[in-house]
Design a protein around this ligand. Structure first.
Ligand code: TYM
Length: 330
């Protein structure tokens, strides 16, 4: 018998612009691992509405993110890409899991604490419940591995905890998923402030390099990136600005740290920045032209998403039916 491939599941929000943090921390790993694993990637629009969204923009962003994932190398033949809200089981499973997650666990979630502060008392219940929806996403597909950036680690722990709790009450039901977090690049920092994670929701134009940025925008953002007043170019975590730029350089070139430090010996920050801007531009240009080709036919992305939804629906329905049966619903 041929052993079954392990299943990967991961998600991305269709909000803001996808940046090199998303790419280096998550998307490029999805691309590299898709031949080895049975891969499912979800455009999480239900997560997106946990904070206010403009309807037209949200719809356009769902297509944009899908186009970018495929342009980055996700193959719609080998992997599945689908939109979360097209599979009702996500919402239904969230409700069921809500009834098995103690409030105390949810109240420890650091992302809610950070995000709700920005909403100044108007944060919705959905924002609080965000981790339960994420657990539903993952558990519906009996996922083995979840490749994510470091910011999702706590959510993955909660997912495992609720799965284990459900299994201990009703017997083996959910597979316990494991987070896969890269050793380097799991937390790319903002260019304007290297003590803060690069984030889609940050509005300062110098904060992030987006995958659709032009060469001029990339150059301007990198040249303006915050560094320090020292001179030597070394991978030193206590110097967050220069360290972040070097990590981005390392990940885009695939060169070793020793090699990179040697090649910048005696050179200044301006030279590193110029070279980094060129490296990023060279990596993003082929992705951007594939993106333009893919989106030239507006119906193309919608057809891929419809196919994706029809492939995952039976998997999600099967898990949901089993769970409902065990609980005694219906
Ligand atoms: P999202 O849309 O914020 O980010 C998508 C992926 O990019 C990673 N990431 C980063 N990696 C390195 N450096 C950064 N600065 C950086 N910023 C973001 C994220 O860790 C993520 O892997 N909650 C998730 C979406 C989600 C999900 C899921 C993920 C919903 N359901 C189920 C996995 C499994 C999120 O907001 O990702």
């Amino acid at each position: 018998m041929i052993p079954q491939k392990k299943r990967i599941f991961s998600g991305i929000q269709p909000t803001g612009s996808i940046h090199i943090g998303n790419y280096l921390g998550a998307v490029q790993h999805w691309v590299k691992s898709q031949a080895e694993f049975d891969s499912i990637f979800c455009i999480v629009d239900l997560h997106a509405i946990t904070v206010p969204q403009e309807p037209g923009t949200l719809k356009a962003k769902i297509r944009e993110v899908t186009g970018l994932l495929i342009a980055a190398g996700i193959s719609p033949e080998t992997s599945v890409v689908f939109v979360q809200s097209q599979i009702c089981a996500h919402s239904e499973m969230t409700w069921i899991l809500n009834c098995f997650i103690p409030m105390g666990w949810m109240m420890r979630m650091t992302q809610f604490k950070e995000k709700s502060q920005k909403e100044r008392g108007m944060a919705g219940v959905g924002l609080f419940d965000y981790p339960a929806l994420m657990a539903a996403d993952i558990l519906l597909y009996q996922t083995d591995l979840v490749p994510v950036g470091e910011d999702q680690k706590q959510h993955l722990e909660l997912t495992r905890d609720v799965a284990a709790r459900f299994n201990s009450i009703y017997g083996d039901t959910f597979k316990l998923p494991e987070a896969v977090i890269p050793k380097t690049g799991a937390r790319i920092m903002g260019l304007d402030d290297p003590t803060k994670k690069m984030s889609k929701s940050e509005t300062n134009p110098g904060h992030a390099i987006n995958l659709l940025d032009s060469p001029d925008e990339i150059r301007a953002k990198i040249m303006r990136a915050t560094t320090d007043s020292l001179r030597d170019i070394r991978f030193d975590e206590s110097r967050p600005g220069i360290y972040n730029l070097l990590v981005i350089y390392e990940l885009f070139t695939g060169r070793s740290r020793a090699e990179i430090e040697a090649s910048f010996e005696g050179k200044g920050y301006a030279e590193l920045k110029r070279e980094l801007a060129e490296v990023i531009t060279a990596q993003l240009q082929p992705l951007q032209s594939r993106y333009r080709e893919l989106t030239a036919d507006p119906g193309h992305i919608d057809r891929l998403l419809a196919e994706g939804a029809s492939k995952v629906q039976p998997i999600a329905e099967k898990t949901l039916a089993m769970v409902k049966e065990k609980i005694g619903l219906g």
